[in-house]
Design a protein around this ligand. Sequence first.
Ligand code: PMP
Length: 285
Amino acid sequence: MSIKVYINGEYFAKEDAKISVFDHGLLYGDGIFEGMRAYSGKVFRHQAHMDRLWNSARAIALEIPMTKEEMMKAVDDTLALNGLTDAYIRLVVTRGAGNLGLNPYNCSNPQVIIITDKITLYPQALYDNGMEIVTASTIRMPAAALSPRIKSLNYLNNIMAKLEAKTAGCEEALLLNFKGEIAECTGDNIFIIKDEVIYTPPTDAGILEGITRAAVIDLAKELGYEVREVARTRHDLYIADECFLTGSAAELIPVVKIDMRPIGDGKVGPVTKDLITHFRDLIVR
Ligand code: PMP
């Protein structure tokens, strides 16, 4: 049976789920989105995703034509209609159809799209043995140009870095900011462990404030780890004991090599393993 896609309160078969070619989401990447996961029928940190979506909307002066509560219900209904309990959810709000000019005020009809699907994961081997990443030469878009805190449909900055990752035979690439500090990966936040202290770049390094990142920071603190949100450079990564990435799609994934250099002993470390185990408990709770 084909997946049903929600568009503005109606459901369409996957093949018939379409929006206008005049939508500025397509013409200019003018729109916002969220990537979420449901576990056992419950969307993980649903409210936090709504808050971030509404903040993204506010930042680009886009009025979402429904309340957060209505959106959460629409997401739950779409999951139920598709009989999905463990799923990945893509929530998109476009600026809507306008003319060929940039002016967003010519677009009157934002499109709210909810796509639910089976989870697409990295191969299990990468979770077991860790992944290898490279530093991209593409720098993370500076906040003064376009804030990475906006989860916008403009992902070319990330895609340029993703191309570098794939060219190097990796699944992910690390983006530095314009100061040369570690920002994040193309679709994941990054954590570094040194002497049992957990470090992750602060918001002002120019990152998306990941929902999984926040959950992992809370979890690590609960477990008694010291967590520091401070600027890090590649030097810190080269001398680190462990490293892992977080994201709604990736969850927690260990990184064991950066730029062909092993991190620590090149194996998945104990702190990362501990956090992965406890993160599992968190999502099935
Ligand atoms: N950074 C970027 C650039 C991302 O696209 C994502 C995932 N959408 C993340 C970090 C991780 O955020 P989250 O944990 O909210 O999925």
